[in-house]
Design a binder for this molecule. Sequence first.
Ligand SMILES: Nc1nc2c(c(=O)[nH]1)N[C@H]1C(S)=C(S)[C@@H](COP(=O)(O)OP(=O)(O)OC[C@H]3O[C@@H](n4cnc5c(=O)[nH]c(N)nc54)[C@H](O)[C@@H]3O)O[C@H]1N2
Ligand SMILES: Nc1nc2c(c(=O)[nH]1)N[C@H]1C(S)=C(S)[C@@H](COP(=O)(O)OP(=O)(O)OC[C@H]3O[C@@H](n4cnc5c(=O)[nH]c(N)nc54)[C@H](O)[C@@H]3O)O[C@H]1N2
Ligand code: SF4
Ligand SMILES: [Mo]
Length: 686
Amino acid sequence: MTEHEVAGACPLDCPDGCAWVVTVRDGTAVKLRGNRDHPFTHGTLCVKVNQYLEHAAAPDRLRHPLRRVGAKGEGRFERIGWDEALTEIAERLASVRERWGGEAIWPYQGTGNLGYLQGLQGRAGARLWNVLGASRHEVTICSIAGLAGTRYATGTTLGIDPESLAESKLILLWGVNTLTSGHHLWRFVERARARGAYVVAVDPVRTRTAKQADEHVAPVPGTDAALALGLLNVVVSLGREDERYLAGNTVGWPEFRRRILEFTPARVAGITGVDEAQLVRLGRRLAGTRPTAIRAGVGVQRHAGGGEVLRVLACVPGVTGDWQYPGGGLAYSTDGYFGGDREALARDDLLEAPVRTLLMTRLGEGLLDLDDPPVKALVVYAANPLTSAPGQDRIRRGLAREDLFTVVIDLFQTDTADYADIVLPATMQTEHLDVHDGYGHLYVAWNEPAVAPPGECLSTTETFRRLAAKMGLTEPSLYDSDEELAKQLLDFSHPSLDGITLDGLREKGWARLNYPRSFVPFDRGFPTPSGKLEFRSELACRDGLDPLAGYTPPREHGDRELARRFPLILVAGASHFFINTVFANKPALARRAGPPQVVLHPGDAAGRAIADGQVVRVFNDRGSFTALALVDDRVRAGVVTTTKGHWGKLTGGGAGINATVAERDSDMGGAVFHDNRVEIEAADPR
Ligand SMILES: Nc1nc2c(c(=O)[nH]1)N[C@H]1C(S)=C(S)[C@@H](COP(=O)(O)OP(=O)(O)OC[C@H]3O[C@@H](n4cnc5c(=O)[nH]c(N)nc54)[C@H](O)[C@@H]3O)O[C@H]1N2
Ligand SMILES: Nc1nc2c(c(=O)[nH]1)N[C@H]1C(S)=C(S)[C@@H](COP(=O)(O)OP(=O)(O)OC[C@H]3O[C@@H](n4cnc5c(=O)[nH]c(N)nc54)[C@H](O)[C@@H]3O)O[C@H]1N2
Ligand code: SF4
Ligand SMILES: [Mo]
């Protein structure tokens, strides 16, 4: 018997970017645990990834290429060889390109793997798509409105090191369900608490996280910017703005101050539904507590005014002066602290001419409404858009198009894969090489392959190398090995990698990026055009937005006619047991998650004669899905909640939450998952 340990990292779309250690016995991975030495992972993974090895060995794992034999969506496939599969894909892509041009190909990459080589961070496959002149795919599904919003204010998407929350005295967990969606941060929250910090959860739902906070503030969805301006109103009324910081470090304060004064506590209570006394109390706490940190999640920016929310939240520490203290400021994303050379991987210089950009959240539109050229070939990888993207009914119609050639590269036969012409089996993280950072911490990780892939699974890099060869492409960089790619990415001359070596990283599995332990990101100014925090932004003005940070109401919330027909606002965040749609087919986790549920306030349930545990239909003009009613006051009247992730084909009926979500952008792009009015009725008992 031989046994050894291999260092790796979790590839999933999670801020925690855990470093792990795999125990391999006689060529089989037998144990997976969090890396104990890693300051953020700290020896633990999560309820989902604790089952990763079982998931990798699951009987329903894709192990061979498949060709569809039934109708699109029916799910009937036959096994074929790699050579046959790649020959067919190469021929179809070539003929689409010849007849319609490269832009008729849509490479639709999702968030299933965040790796720089195999996944999203390095835009795996981009070299091939650039050589073919395919449409550019923009990943608008997750966080981009918030990233754009912070950028107008601070000039960057980077905020504070989340670990510095340990030094905070007031922590506002704003639209983030930390204990479910990235629980490793909680240790730092608890550390701050042990030193007297006060923790507030701002969420329309009393989540697992809100229950553990010292206080829960529950605004009506989409009204957070008004809430933040209301809190600042209290700060300013008390004269507790940091005048010295404002004078030296910000632009547009007099105008922003006037705007803040418009958001009186009484008015804000009316907009947000938050009790005026609670708002004033929290405003006073904010006025008197330094440092205050805001940890914002993606939930706050999935509304018509979502970008503005993050813009205002980035302005709050400018008014209080918190940006100058360790443990003060805003943490939204750390993506970008790692100075790896992404461009060296994606090689956009290989594009012969500019191409159009297609948005991940507009798949229905792309498949149904687009011409010049229409999308004729769709290559979906590490994505399950039929379940995860807005406008499910339209996506389904688009995927069913007989003239569309669809390839799905995945680990499992997902809802989306049922519509593929060819399905290709991908490797999982223990089976391929990769490099990772995290969007909730400042570490880089190396993932060494630990075991051989099952069946005929191939890594994403290898799949694209073989496809390029089949297509007879001569661009040499299409054939770079994984190790060469890793070296191109890891440009050790970048200051963030100072002191890190390839051998060191590979040996230990992770390294802290070269930033001090406790640091203030903008102590030498902000990377805005003015070099200061911009309450007023010329760039925003140029982009057709309000030059001044402010409040944009959610679109469906305020629509009276819509409110009459669809009185309930639906928010659907992370499930504790799945990550997006990953693990929803894992029996042990699916059992723990239970069937899709929708939580209604007792008043809303009574008014509709809906009992706890009853099967209900959730619907609007766009579509419907069924779920079990859970009657509970964790939501206020008028707000209902469910979780994302369930596969339609496993939970009956085929439809999910995104059947009700509009294919519409927020103010700064990205989906409006929670700006969604619905009605609920008891499902037909027959
Ligand atoms: N277990 C698990 N972990 C995950 C994921 C998962 O699916 N499951 N998904 C991963 C991914 S892809 C991401 S992007 C992150 C996301 O992690 P989070 O940022 O935590 O995102 P969500 O759970 O989508 O939403 C967070 C909270 O926002 C609330 N919310 C909705 N609308 C509003 C609003 O208008 N205002 C306020 N204040 N709150 C609002 C929701 O009720 C929810 O509790 O988590 C990652 N981690
Ligand atoms: N209603 C509603 N919808 C939402 C959200 C919400 O809050 N509410 N959240 C949104 C968010 S935050 C996100 S990020 C998106 C996610 O949407 P998507 O990016 O479509 O992610 P998933 O649906 O999880 O699909 C990921 C797929 O990748 C596969 N996979 C994993 N690793 C690999 C690999 O190495 N190679 C290949 N080829 N495949 C792999 C998995 O098996 C899975 O099928 O969903 C969004 N959808
Ligand atoms: S999903 Fe998140 S918490 Fe779980 S192992 Fe992966 S990075 Fe860690
Ligand atoms: Mo996400």
